[in-house]
Design a protein around this ligand. Structure first.
Ligand code: ZN
Length: 82
Protein backbone atom coordinates (compact mmCIF):
# COMPACT_ATOMS: atom_id res chain seq x y z
CA UNK A 1 0.00 0.00 0.00
CA UNK A 2 2.90 2.34 0.74
CA UNK A 3 4.84 1.28 -2.33
CA UNK A 4 4.73 4.59 -4.19
CA UNK A 5 5.47 6.95 -1.32
CA UNK A 6 8.05 4.55 0.08
CA UNK A 7 9.76 4.25 -3.30
CA UNK A 8 9.69 8.02 -3.67
CA UNK A 9 11.39 8.48 -0.31
CA UNK A 10 13.98 5.92 -1.36
CA UNK A 11 14.58 7.89 -4.55
CA UNK A 12 13.52 4.92 -6.68
CA UNK A 13 10.72 6.68 -8.56
CA UNK A 14 11.34 8.23 -11.95
CA UNK A 15 9.30 10.03 -14.57
CA UNK A 16 5.57 10.37 -14.18
CA UNK A 17 5.39 8.24 -11.05
CA UNK A 18 7.86 10.51 -9.28
CA UNK A 19 6.10 13.66 -10.42
CA UNK A 20 2.70 12.32 -9.42
CA UNK A 21 3.82 11.19 -6.00
CA UNK A 22 5.62 14.47 -5.26
CA UNK A 23 2.62 16.46 -6.44
CA UNK A 24 0.21 14.42 -4.36
CA UNK A 25 2.31 14.55 -1.21
CA UNK A 26 2.71 18.33 -1.53
CA UNK A 27 -1.00 18.94 -2.03
CA UNK A 28 -2.38 16.33 0.34
CA UNK A 29 -2.50 17.43 4.00
CA UNK A 30 -2.55 13.85 5.24
CA UNK A 31 0.47 12.76 3.24
CA UNK A 32 2.31 15.97 4.15
CA UNK A 33 1.61 15.31 7.80
CA UNK A 34 2.84 11.74 7.52
CA UNK A 35 6.09 12.58 5.72
CA UNK A 36 8.19 13.30 8.85
CA UNK A 37 7.21 9.90 10.21
CA UNK A 38 8.01 8.18 6.92
CA UNK A 39 11.46 9.74 6.76
CA UNK A 40 12.04 8.88 10.40
CA UNK A 41 11.02 5.31 9.68
CA UNK A 42 13.42 5.13 6.75
CA UNK A 43 16.23 6.57 8.84
CA UNK A 44 15.62 4.11 11.64
CA UNK A 45 15.50 1.17 9.25
CA UNK A 46 18.72 2.28 7.58
CA UNK A 47 20.48 2.70 10.92
CA UNK A 48 19.53 -0.70 12.23
CA UNK A 49 21.97 -3.59 12.05
CA UNK A 50 20.69 -6.67 10.26
CA UNK A 51 17.08 -6.86 9.22
CA UNK A 52 15.43 -6.19 12.55
CA UNK A 53 12.10 -4.45 12.20
CA UNK A 54 11.70 -1.58 14.64
CA UNK A 55 8.51 -1.26 16.60
CA UNK A 56 7.54 2.19 15.37
CA UNK A 57 3.77 1.77 15.28
CA UNK A 58 3.19 2.93 18.88
CA UNK A 59 4.81 6.29 18.06
CA UNK A 60 1.76 7.21 16.00
CA UNK A 61 -1.85 7.31 17.16
CA UNK A 62 -3.88 4.48 15.66
CA UNK A 63 -6.16 6.95 13.93
CA UNK A 64 -3.19 8.58 12.19
CA UNK A 65 -1.92 5.23 10.96
CA UNK A 66 -5.37 4.41 9.63
CA UNK A 67 -5.49 7.71 7.75
CA UNK A 68 -2.01 7.21 6.33
CA UNK A 69 -2.81 3.66 5.23
CA UNK A 70 -6.03 4.81 3.58
CA UNK A 71 -4.19 7.61 1.77
CA UNK A 72 -1.52 5.26 0.49
CA UNK A 73 -4.10 2.81 -0.76
CA UNK A 74 -5.93 5.61 -2.56
CA UNK A 75 -2.68 6.88 -4.05
CA UNK A 76 -1.81 3.42 -5.32
CA UNK A 77 -5.24 3.03 -6.91
CA UNK A 78 -5.06 6.44 -8.59
CA UNK A 79 -1.55 5.78 -9.87
CA UNK A 80 -2.20 2.31 -11.24
CA UNK A 81 -5.77 2.79 -12.44
CA UNK A 82 -8.71 0.43 -11.95
ZN1 ZN B 1 -2.36 11.86 0.31
Amino acid sequence: MESLVSAWIDGRLIGLSRWYTEYHVRTCPQCTASLPFLFLLKARLAALPGDTTPDIAPTLPARRWTAVAAEWERLDREATGP
